[in-house]
Design a protein around this ligand. Structure first.
Ligand SMILES: [Zn+2]
Length: 111
């Protein structure tokens, strides 16, 4: 047996295959084999050019973005370092000169 992923619940690797499920011997968590692959696929976040974004990437803004609920505008060409990919509508969590922001990946370009 090979390539059995670690438990998504407790992250231990004491896992085994049972039919079409994986089972964790430590915490008893069971999860379907194919659902894991789909979940990983769904986490892919792409920039304006279709390049995959990952935690720690640096990006630039491709357009001016007005920050909701403030008078701040992030200027096109602003460089942002060490982004973090998160779930949700605004996929990119990052720190800018104006503070912590959640941005949409479609307004960013990887550098
Ligand atoms: Zn477990």
């Amino acid at each position: 047996m090979s390539n059995i992923p670690p438990c998504p619940q407790c992250t231990l690797e004491n896992t085994y295959q049972d039919g079409s499920n994986y089972v964790c011997a430590d915490c008893g968590y069971e999860w379907p084999m194919n659902e894991v692959a789909e979940a990983e696929e769904g986490r892919q976040v792409k920039d304006a050019n279709g390049n995959l974004l990952q935690d720690g990437d640096s990006v630039v803004l491709i357009k001016d973005l007005k920050v909701k609920g403030s008078s701040i505008t992030l200027k096109q060409g602003t460089k942002i370092k060490s982004i973090r990919i998160v779930d949700g509508d605004h996929e990119v969590d990052c720190r800018t000169d104006a503070g912590q922001m959640m941005l949409k990946a479609c307004f960013l370009k990887k550098v």
